[in-house]
Design a protein around this ligand. Structure first.
Ligand SMILES: Nc1nc2c(ncn2[C@@H]2O[C@H](COP(=O)(O)OP(=O)(O)O)[C@@H](O)[C@H]2O)c(=O)[nH]1
Ligand SMILES: [Mg+2]
Length: 216
């Protein structure tokens, strides 16, 4: 019986979150904002990838909501590049939720453009919470090892696009691309998987084309 109770409470937390997420999503759509929930482990290159994509979307207004447990380095970096960015510090919580996004979005006066929401660095919880996004972008890296789809299936299953970053480091690692791809495709048959490097800049044209097609 106590087990049942726990499940009911969790269900109501998810339901409340999803209800707010759905309202936020409608508001983004009404305001012609395409929202991307950017997920990945700490240091995967979420901020670096967002920056490379924004540089190639020069004709589109870009906005960023930066989620971190503490600190605002990424927001300061984005602002120094002229990007409209706002920081959310969760103070310990391991994912962003939709009420947090609702408050941050209200401060950015969002209209006509792309909103990147950099989630907390974590391969588990962010995949469980809708935050008003139109698509989920998962950043995985060759330095994390090729077994990650097998160990963190939900993030790979839910992704609409998977970016494999840090490919400049492939010659120095034993990353097994076939094993990685097999794991990804067992979970997700449709998401494009794009190999990129924020160091050499390879692969970003394809990622940007995918976003442009989605905006249309
Ligand atoms: N070699 C290499 N380093 C990268 C690449 N992308 C990001 N980094 C580095 O990885 C670290 C974490 O990047 P950051 O974008 O802050 O990751 P985040 O924590 O996911 O936002 C930084 O030192 C970046 O310079 C890449 O493609 N290749
Ligand atoms: Mg970051």
């Amino acid at each position: 019986m106590p087990e049942n109770k726990e499940i009911e409470i969790m269900r109501s937390v998810y339901d409340k979150n999803d209800e707010v997420a759905s309202q936020i999503n409608s508001s983004f759509t009404r305001n012609k904002i395409f929202a991307i929930n950017v997920m990945g482990a700490p240091g995967a290159g979420k901020t670096s990838t967002i920056i490379e994509i924004i540089k190639r979307l020069e004709d589109v207004a870009s906005f960023v909501i930066e989620g971190d447990i503490e600190a605002d380095f990424d927001t300061k970096l984005l602002q120094s590049l002229g990007v409209k960015a706002i920081q959310i510090n969760t103070g310990g919580a391991c994912h962003l939720d939709s009420p947090l996004i609702g408050k941050a979005a209200a401060e950015l006066s969002l209209k006509n453009g792309v909103l990147f929401i950099e989630n907390i660095g974590n391969l588990v919880c962010p995949a469980e919470f809708q935050i008003g996004e139109h698509v989920k972008m998962l950043i995985s890296t060759v330095t994390e090892g090729s077994d990650k789809p097998y160990k963190y299936p939900l993030a790979f299953e839910k992704a609409d696009i998977i970016i494999l970053n840090k490919c400049d480091l492939l010659p120095y690692l034993d990353f097994d691309e076939n094993f990685f791809m097999k794991g990804v495709r067992a979970l997700n048959k449709t998401a494009p998987l794009i190999k990129v490097s924020c160091r050499t800049k390879e692969g970003f044209e394809e990622a940007v084309k995918w976003i442009r097609d989605k905006i249309k």
